[in-house]
Ligand binder design. Structure first.
Ligand SMILES: *[C@@H]1O[C@H](CO)[C@@H](O)[C@H](O)[C@H]1NC(C)=O
Ligand SMILES: *[C@@H]1O[C@H](CO)[C@@H](O)[C@H](O)[C@H]1NC(C)=O
Ligand SMILES: *[C@@H]1O[C@H](CO)[C@@H](O)[C@H](O)[C@H]1NC(C)=O
Ligand SMILES: *[C@@H]1O[C@H](CO)[C@@H](O)[C@H](O)[C@H]1NC(C)=O
Ligand SMILES: *[C@@H]1O[C@H](CO)[C@@H](O)[C@H](O)[C@H]1NC(C)=O
Ligand SMILES: *[C@@H]1O[C@H](CO)[C@@H](O)[C@H](O)[C@H]1NC(C)=O
Ligand SMILES: *[C@@H]1O[C@H](CO)[C@@H](O)[C@H](O)[C@H]1NC(C)=O
Ligand SMILES: *[C@@H]1O[C@H](CO)[C@@H](O)[C@H](O)[C@H]1NC(C)=O
Ligand SMILES: *[C@@H]1O[C@H](CO)[C@@H](O)[C@H](O)[C@H]1NC(C)=O
Ligand SMILES: *[C@@H]1O[C@H](CO)[C@@H](O)[C@H](O)[C@H]1NC(C)=O
Ligand SMILES: *[C@@H]1O[C@H](CO)[C@@H](O)[C@H](O)[C@H]1NC(C)=O
Ligand SMILES: *[C@@H]1O[C@H](CO)[C@@H](O)[C@H](O)[C@H]1NC(C)=O
Length: 699
């Protein structure tokens, strides 16, 4: 019964996700870049202050445009001024619908929306009709309303709005729009969003353990089934089956039968290994899949490429590397393309390397991210790269606009260049560069770069329901672990800043970047190292996902992340108002479902001994998983841990056919796994991982 209900819910939520209009986004300017902070005075003409999308010269330009309209009626003039100034609004990208069909005027609010709706304006006003009333009879030179489609086809229109449009209804049909969950409209002033109805932190995250294996990546199969690809750091990939929620079954995986075994090519130690895995958006038809890993050129001749420490970026390779210059760029970061098109005689699929997409020699052995993801909207390959290691990015690679270290890259793997183009263009492999990468505006940037100023982006994700939300956690140095909303051309500050804090490197042979010369985008979430109760004093963030399953309705819509050492609990970030980019985050306790298919903790341990939290994953049912040194965990109904969640409708579970029924959840007995004293802060298996997987600090 429950199974079919769960299935219906999955289908329903899949259906809903298809219906969701994909424009919902955080504040974004019309050039698709993030808004920036105004100087103290704000803008002289447009009066926008705080977070804005215009600089002073654009403000001046708008003033000129306003004057050129030569509007005599003061009531109309003030409305028109506000319409022009919508360019400076932090939501201007959405107001002008630049991601769909860019408009000359923002969407003018034409109807009131229920104040209940989470995306409604706080000040509801039929701004469009108001503008019509005040302006339609007024002469407007160079009218922006004349640029829209219909006006152009109307022969001989004059300077009044009423010369182009016959009625308020006609006018507002063209320029009007409503504000709801998924879009915003302009009502005369800065866009305001209504707060969410209940944004209080969930009382806990309930986990069940599905497997004992330790994995770094989980990628849902693109056939929509319950299968996922799982990869581990030494270099194996498996195709595994995720059991249904509540079935009591464990992960279906045959460890001795990997889908792909690259352990001979992959160099595995500490921060080196197989780091990423991505399926081409059209994998179902073309079988193309991509693997990101590290290799050692001493051990494997095919591991060879240009060194990221070179004269272009002011770095002398004879002075760097694990052996102090003896073997510069010994380790490489590579992306390889494989195919599953070729079938073996026995009918199983043989993955075969097709081409090397990218190869870059690394200066040190740490901080090189390595995750790869295809953008859900643009189909390009995003590649996360850290600063290359050592304390405080001594060569200042992250701020160096010619270096690919400390960057998020965006590559086109569908339009492949020929060999002449590769050697001429200075590319690092077999890919091309999307025309709208930010270098097209900022000529100083290496063309591959999408965003800069990262130390070690450790786990990024796109929100399943709002693909413009691209969140990346970035591992800190000594003080602060951060989560960023990554936008085109954004500079996330390292090593001028560590999180929001100015950073001073102990050594800087590669020079400095001054704080006044950059416009950093500060993190939207994060934590201070001092907030962790961790005897080692170490911290290293692991970014996660927006939780989009309804299995835990109290977690729905929140961003989850964790500290590698597991000592900080799991962090949950809540955005309020929705789509505002304004997050608050808090640690929430986690528990282990009493009926977990595999016991989560030791016998005497009531709390799950997660170990080191390497990564998170999502499957085709939108469930979120925690990938740790001790195994694979799935987030389940809070009631299975007796966590309170008023939104959860608890239905009695029917026992799975083949397994003995789980003990019924007790409401009266004090559950041992609910006991959450300070004792849950650190679990012993973690300690060894600090050395095995020392992603953090001081390396
Ligand atoms: C921004 O402008 C508003 C309205 O003019 C004003 O109330 C607010 O104090 C200003 N904020 C800052 C940071 O200047
Ligand atoms: C203002 O922004 C425009 C468009 O991004 C840019 O071309 C111009 O250089 C900027 N001006 C200043 C003074 O920053
Ligand atoms: C601006 O409007 C005034 C009347 O309001 C008129 O005298 C003047 O000629 C107009 N300027 C232009 C450039 O049309
Ligand atoms: C809010 O929504 C509830 C239920 O949909 C409705 O009963 C109520 O009238 C709404 N309130 C407002 C102010 O729209
Ligand atoms: C608009 O202008 C016309 C002619 O100039 C005038 O007859 C009409 O009354 C005006 N309408 C309004 C609403 O002001
Ligand atoms: C508001 O604008 C939308 C989009 O153009 C349109 O569908 C709707 O009918 C308009 N509503 C009113 C009341 O004009
Ligand atoms: C807006 O959100 C509410 C509750 O979150 C939902 O019931 C409603 O269907 C949404 N409306 C649209 C247009 O998506
Ligand atoms: C996982 O490990 C636990 C404890 O070591 C063991 O009892 C269990 O059988 C293992 N399960 C699987 C599926 O390997
Ligand atoms: C697991 O894979 C190995 C190697 O292919 C095979 O011999 C074995 O039968 C498989 N085990 C199961 C349970 O399918
Ligand atoms: C490589 O591609 C470029 C640009 O498309 C073209 O001009 C050139 O002739 C090609 N060279 C070869 C050897 O195909
Ligand atoms: C950001 O969120 C906090 C907590 O929910 C709230 O108090 C604050 O008003 C929000 N800020 C803005 C600008 O919406
Ligand atoms: C908000 O949610 C929390 C946790 O789910 C719950 O305890 C609280 O009662 C809710 N508050 C309201 C006003 O619904």
């Amino acid at each position: 019964m429950r199974g079919s209900l769960a299935m219906k819910m999955v289908l329903l939520s899949l259906l809903l996700s298809l219906l969701v209009h994909c424009s919902a986004s955080y504040p974004l300017c019309t050039d698709l870049r993030a808004p920036f902070n105004a100087d103290n005075a704000g803008l002289a003409f447009c009066r926008y202050n705080g977070s804005i999308c215009c600089n002073s010269s654009q403000d001046l330009q708008l003033q000129k445009q306003f004057k050129a309209m030569n509007v005599s009626d003061p009531g109309c003039a003030s409305l028109l001024k506000s319409v022009l100034c919508a360019r400076c609004d932090p939501f201007s990208g959405e107001l002008y619908q630049v991601e769909q069909a860019p408009r000359a005027v923002p969407v003018l609010c034409n109807s009131s929306v229920s104040a209940n709706s989470t995306r409604s304006q706080l000040y509801i006003l039929d701004f469009c009709s108001n503008l019509w009333d005040k302006c339609h009879n007024t002469s407007i030179l160079n009218s922006p309303f004349a640029f829209e489609s219909k006006a152009k086809t109307t022969a001989g229109f004059g300077s009044r709005i009423s010369d182009s449009w016959s009625s308020a209804a006609e006018f507002c049909n063209e320029f009007g729009g409503a504000s709801d969950n998924t879009s915003v409209c302009f009502s005369g002033g800065p866009v305001k969003l209504a707060g969410a109805e209940n944004s209080s932190t969930p009382s806990g995250v309930c986990l069940e353990k599905l497997g004992n294996g330790s994995y770094l990546n989980m990628v849902a199969h693109s056939d929509g089934s319950n299968r996922v690809f799982l990869s581990n750091q030494p270099g194996k990939i498996w195709l595994a089956t995720i059991p249904k929620q509540g079935s009591g079954e464990i992960l279906g995986i045959n460890e001795s039968s990997p889908f792909l075994d690259l352990t001979d090519e992959v160099h595995f130690e500490s921060e080196l290994g197989m780091m990423g895995l991505a399926l081409h958006p059209n994998y179902q038809n073309n079988g193309r899949f991509f693997v990101s890993f590290n290799c050692d050129k001493v051990k494997w001749p095919e591991c060879s490429g240009r060194c990221s420490c070179n004269s272009d970026v002011g770095c002398d390779p004879s002075k760097i590397g694990p052996d102090n210059g003896a073997n510069p760029c010994q380790y490489h970061s590579v992306i390889s393309e494989f195919t599953t098109n070729q079938s073996s005689p026995s009918g199983t699929v043989i993955p075969k390397e097709v081409r090397r997409i990218f190869t870059m020699g690394l200066p040190f052995s740490a901080h090189h991210g390595g995750q790869i993801l295809f953008g859900p909207k643009d189909g390009y390959l995003y590649f996360m790269m850290g600063d290359g290691g050592s304390i405080g990015d001594p060569y200042n690679f992250s701020q160096n606009r010619k270096s690919l270290l400390g960057k998020i890259m965006r590559l086109d793997v569908d339009n492949l260049p020929n060999s002449t183009m590769i050697s001429k263009s200075g590319l690092w492999g077999n890919y091309s560069v999307p025309e709208d990468n930010p270098f097209s505006v900022d000529k100083e940037l290496a063309s591959e770069i999408w965003a800069l100023g990262f130390r070690n982006p450790w786990r990024c994700s796109f929100d399943l329901e709002r693909p413009s939300y691209f969140l990346c956690a970035d591992v800190g140095q000594d003080l602060y672990e951060e989560v960023n909303i990554v936008t085109k051309g954004g500079n996330y500050g390292w090593r001028v800043y560590e999180g929001p804090i100015l950073y001073h490197p102990p050594q800087n042979p590669g020079g400095n970047t001054s704080a006044s010369s950059i416009k950093p985008i500060f993190p939207v979430m994060g934590y201070n190292h001092s907030q962790l109760q961790n005897p080692q004093g170490s911290a290293s963030i692991t970014g996660g996902y927006f939780y989009r399953s309804m299995v835990d309705p109290c977690l729905y819509g929140r961003y989850m992340y964790a500290d590698l050492y597991g000592s900080g609990g799991i962090w949950v970030g809540t955005e309020n108002p929705e789509n505002s980019g304004n997050f608050t985050s808090a640690q929430v306790p986690y528990g282990c479902a009493k009926d977990s298919p595999i016991q989560c903790g030791a016998e005497d341990e009531s709390l799950p001994a997660l170990g080191a939290i390497f990564s998170f994953g999502q499957d085709n049912s939108k469930d979120t998983f925690v990938l740790t040194s001790s195994g694979l965990y799935r987030i389940v109904s809070p009631s299975r841990c007796n966590f309170a969640c008023s939104k959860e409708t608890v239905t009695p579970r029917s026992p799975p056919a083949s397994n003995p029924p789980p003990p019924p959840p007790s409401t009266s007995m004090a559950m041992p796994w609910r006991h959450r004293g300070p004792g849950f802060s650190l679990l012993s298996p973690v300690i060894s991982y600090i050395f095995l997987f020392g992603m953090c600090c001081n390396l």
